[in-house]
Design a protein around this ligand. Structure first.
Ligand SMILES: Nc1nc2c(ncn2[C@@H]2O[C@H](COP(=O)(O)OP(=O)(O)OP(=O)(O)O)[C@@H](O)[C@H]2O)c(=O)[nH]1
Ligand SMILES: [Mg+2]
Length: 391
């Protein structure tokens, strides 16, 4: 009687098919280094080389979380992973965002200690063993790589960036109680239990994951700081832009409001508020500079305002799901469709209220509120929603 492959133990099955023998199960890593990447092709090989060196003797793994970088970063990481199973690539499609990438990387590992660091070699990897030591034996739950404490420094930053960072660091104290010199650090290590306490309340958009964790955990946390000098980026381009200021403001607002109001709705409403100013400006210009009748000027201003609101929301409110190219145009069409219905709902509700003797200010406001909620609900579903990402 012949033996079927399915009847054999797994390793023997492989051999009967001429496959190499599988390795026995290995102990799980005690440390995961989560590294978000966007267009870091030129840096990942060198970073892994440095990690191998400084983490010698430890059980570690590196999870790179790549947001489908057009420069092929994910392929390079997978190439390294084929030679070294400690290196993995979490490749995300249709999404962007540093904090969300880090959170997914943390969730993809079972290691009890989690480090987060940038891929661009600006973080000093040589302090990783000391950070781990504090978690393992020093009683710390969180270790922060600091540029502002001890011998730490921001390296060669220009005066403007250093000033903005210092101001933001000071301002951020409004939302957390712990004692930390560098709450905006992108280089830190924490125990999995601490991450799990915070993870469901963290914002997936934005840059400042550590600040979010500090503001989310209300109890005192055992924190240790290790100073380092922030290096200058040698290869690849910075993704830091002025939008980071908006992200910071939104995170602060979210924490100050206690996390009860969806931040996307707040951002959407703020953009809508700016849209009113744009509408008034356009209509004033048209009436002053052209001979257009008021209804035509009003219609043109309304159209222009919708394009303004869509464009700004696409860059700020929905940065992580930003539409580009042809998708930008189809998104505009769906946004205008949804907002036109919203305007109709606005007028109908306001008229109904007015007819029932509600003072005109209140009637108008109720129309605006209903229209805003409608616009937000419809466009979050149909213009930027998950259905589009999947489709
Ligand atoms: N997955 C993912 N990673 C990102 C994204 N944006 C930035 N990163 C990565 O996050 C890390 C920090 O981004 P940087 O652009 O270097 O920001 P920075 O270090 O604060 O600024 P610089 O000093 O100017 O480099 C790098 O490893 C980037 O590749 C993103 O949208 N998704
Ligand atoms: Mg950097």
């Amino acid at each position: 009687m012949s033996t079927r492959a399915a009847d054999l133990p797994v390793s023997a099955r492989g051999r009967s098919l001429g496959l190499p023998r599988a390795r026995a199960a290995e102990a799980a890593p005690e440390l995961v280094v989560v590294i978000p990447t966007y267009c870091e092709r030129a840096n990942v090989e060198e970073l892994v080389r440095r990690l191998r060196k400084v983490l010698t003797g430890l059980r570690w793994e590196a999870i790179f979380v790549d947001d489908d970088s057009p420069d092929g970063t994910a392929q390079v990481i997978r190439g390294i992973g084929r030679r070294d199973a400690r290196v993995r690539c979490l490749h995300r499609l249709g999404r962007r965002g540093l904090a969300g990438a880090c959170i997914e990387g943390m969730l993809a590992s079972c290691a009890p200690h989690i480090a987060v660091m940038d891929a661009d070699l600006q973080h000093d990897e040589t302090i990783l063993p000391r950070m781990l030591q504090y978690l393992r034996e020093g009683g710390a739950e969180l270790v922060v790589g600091t540029r502002y404490g001890g011998d730490g420094s921001v390296g060669e930053w220009d005066a403007a960036r250093a000033l903005i960072s210092r101001r933001a660091t000071r301002l951020s104290r409004l939302v957390y109680r712990q004692s930390v010199s560098d709450p905006m650090s992108g280089f830190f290590m924490l125990k999995r239990g601490l991450f799990e306490e915070a993870m469901r309340k963290l914002s997936t958009s934005g840059f400042k994951l550590l600040l979010d964790i500090l503001a989310t955990i209300k109890r005192p946390v055992a924190i240790q700081e290790v100073s380092y000098t922030f290096r200058t980026r040698e290869r690849g381009e910075s993704k830091l832009d002025s939008v980071v200021v908006w992200d910071f403001a939104m995170l602060m607002l979210d924490k100050l409001l206690g996390g009860y109001v969806p931040m996307r709705f707040v951002a959407f409403s703020l953009v809508g508020g700016a849209g009113i100013a744009v509408h008034m400006g356009v209509i004033a210009l048209l009436l002053r500079l052209t001979a257009l009748a008021f209804p035509v000027a009003q219609a043109l201003a309304a159209g222009g305002t919708m394009v303004f609101n869509y464009s700004v929301n696409n860059v700020l409110t929905y940065r992580d799901q930003r539409r580009t190219g042809l998708a930008w145009l189809t998104g505009l069409a769906s946004f205008m469709g949804a907002c036109s219905l919203g305007a109709l709902a606005n007028v109908m509700i306001a008229t109904l209220a007015f007819d029932h003797h509600v003072p005109w200010q209140l009637a108008a406001l109720s129309g605006v509120c209903v229209g805003a909620v409608w616009n937000y609900a419809m466009t979050s579903r149909f213009t930027w929603g998950k259905a589009r990402a999947a489709g």
